[in-house]
Each structure stands twice: as C-alpha cells, then as structure tokens.
Design a protein around this ligand. Structure first.
Ligand SMILES: [Fe+2]
Length: 315
C-alpha cells in the first residue's frame, strides 16, 4: 500500500485567472510565474506552488495534488484501479505524477519529486501573554495590518455521492487513517463524512488532509490554507473585509480538528479557508464517531450560515 504524506496543491479552472490571482494575493498567497494562461501561487513554505488557476468556461476543482512518500510509492500508485502511468509534471519544480480518481469522480494527482523553492521570509508568530504564564516582557504587541501570510495548503474537503466507498478507497489506496467519522444525527450507521489524515507513523500529521462528505454529485466544498497563528487569521479577515471580498463564515473555532477558521468566497464562488492552531495526530490516535450536528461544527464564532451546507458555488 502506498502512503500519502500530505496535501501539495490544488488546480482550479476559473473564469478569470488574473482576477483569482489578485484575490488569492489578498488572501495571503504569493504569486509565482505564470505558465500560459495559468496563474501559479505559493505559500511561504518551500512548495513551489500550492494553487493553480487555469482559464475555464466551466469553473471547477480540476485536481487535488497529494504527495506520496517515495518514488516506489509512485510506481505502486500505477496499480490503483483506473490510474494513469507515471508522467512528468510540466509545472514549477518539475516532478512526476500518477493520476487517479476518488470514487465519485474527483481527480487526485499523486506526486513525487517536485523540487522545493527557497522558502519566503516567514512572519514570526506573536508571543502571547497568557493569564498565568507571561512570555513577553517590556515589549508591545503590534501586529501589522497585512494579508494573512499563507504557509501551505492544509486540507481539501470533497463531496461525493458515496462517502463510505470513497473513504474505503482512500484507506486502501492512499494509506489514510480516519480521524473522525460523522453520522447523520440520530443514526447509528448512516455516515455523512470522514475526516482523514495521513499515516506517517510517529510523525504528527494534520487531523485531516482530506475530508470526504456526502454530496449529490462530485464537488469541492472548500480548500484550507494554514497560517501562523490565531492573530493572523483575524488580521487576514480584517484585510479581506477591507478589500471588499465576500465573507462566508468566521472567525470561529472548529470542533473536529480544532482550527481557528475564517472562510471567504473566491471570485468564482468557491470557498477558501484560513486556519491556525489545528490538531495534529500521529498514527496511534484511534478514530472516533460523532453525530454530524451543529455543535460538532464550531465551538465559538458567528452562527454557521445556511450557505455552508450548500453544495453549489455561491455566484
Ligand atoms: Fe476546513
């Protein structure tokens, strides 16, 4: 079985790549070289790109790129039902890819060998004076009002008609682990979602790299990018409000995964999330099963908007 080690990038088809690129810069991504009509953007960590915007008359998530542990794993990935052969990636940093499909139709690009770029200068986290533990002396707290510097792509939330089949496929073919399984409220065996993390043994991994949810047709619910700390999420929210982008939900704190979050609508009506302070688990933490009720969604923050439960884009 192969093992995926984390989220690498997303490729979107968008109506206007230049407009999306400007939005993503306000969101906190850094632009890198265009290729043809496609905009590439990166986070501050060394991945050469985390977001690709291709011109499309039918906006959609084209692919979710996941990195595998080794070249051997990439070779093994060609054995997955319906997988492509190995081919070279014609994108910054090169590398190789095997294309597979999550049951339900979402394309995953399993990649290996993408060369790192030099990391960007990373904004230091704030030093927090807690109630009983003071870490900052003779110094003021003056965070700058700037976009929330994105570090990396953290997770992708996909909708499929049969989440159980897609979860089983991800366990079997990607070596992923269920962190939390979500039931229809009141049900004992009708699952509506699975928070899935990578299995890297004792190495801590994000509580979820992939969240599979039930949806009438294959779709993306949102993509989420990690930022340095909670203040960065709030400051990013202020920046986005000032730039008059469309807010969706937040700032708040999730329950499953614990992240402090802020969601925005991009120019084509796809959700993008900033988050900080998410849970990380090694492979020893067993899965839990919870009912997918509202109180499992957020601990504090504004009431969840009804549009959060819509599958379609907000245009
Ligand atoms: Fe999320």
């Amino acid at each position: 079985m192969i093992k995926v080690r984390g989220a690498k990038y997303v490729v979107y088809g968008v109506s206007d790549p230049a407009k999306t690129s400007r939005f993503m810069e306000d969101f906190g991504l850094a632009p890198v070289a265009w290729q043809g009509e496609s905009a590439y953007l990166r986070g501050a960590l060394p991945a050469p790109y985390v977001y690709v915007a291709e011109k499309s008359d039918a906006p959609s998530l084209k692919a979710f790129g996941l990195e595998v542990e080794s070249a051997e794993d990439l070779a093994r990935a060609t054995q997955i039902d319906g997988a492509s052969t190995i081919h070279d990636l014609d994108r910054p940093g090169g590398g190789q890819v095997v294309e597979v499909f999550l049951p339900g139709g979402i394309k995953l690009e399993l990649v290996h060998g993408i060369a790192d770029a030099a990391p960007l200068p990373i904004e230091a986290p704030l030093v927090i004076n807690e109630g009983l533990r003071k870490a900052r002396f003779n110094a003021a707290q003056r965070p700058a009002r700037v976009p929330a510097q994105v570090l990396r792509l953290g997770h992708v939330v996909l909708g499929v008609p049969d989440p159980v089949a897609a979860k089983d496929w991800a366990v079997r073919n990607l070596g992923m682990i269920v962190s939390d399984a979500m039931l229809v409220p009141g049900s004992k065996d009708d699952f509506v979602g699975f928070f899935m993390r990578c299995d890297r043994g004792r190495t801590p991994c994000d509580h979820h790299t992939l969240l599979i949810t039930q949806a009438a047709s294959p779709s993306v619910h949102h993509i989420a990018f990690e930022v340095q700390d909670i203040d960065t999420v709030f400051m990013g929210h202020e920046w986005m409000k000032g730039a008059e982008h469309r807010p969706h939900w937040g700032v708040g704190r999730h329950v499953l995964g614990s992240q402090v979050f802020g969601y925005w609508w991009d120019p084509d009506g796809f959700r993008v999330e900033h988050y900080a302070d998410g849970d990380v688990y090694d492979s020893s933490v067993p899965a839990t099963t919870v009912e997918g009720t509202h109180d499992q969604l957020w601990a504090w923050g504004p009431e969840v908007p009804h549009t959060f439960f819509q599958q379609t884009r907000e245009t």
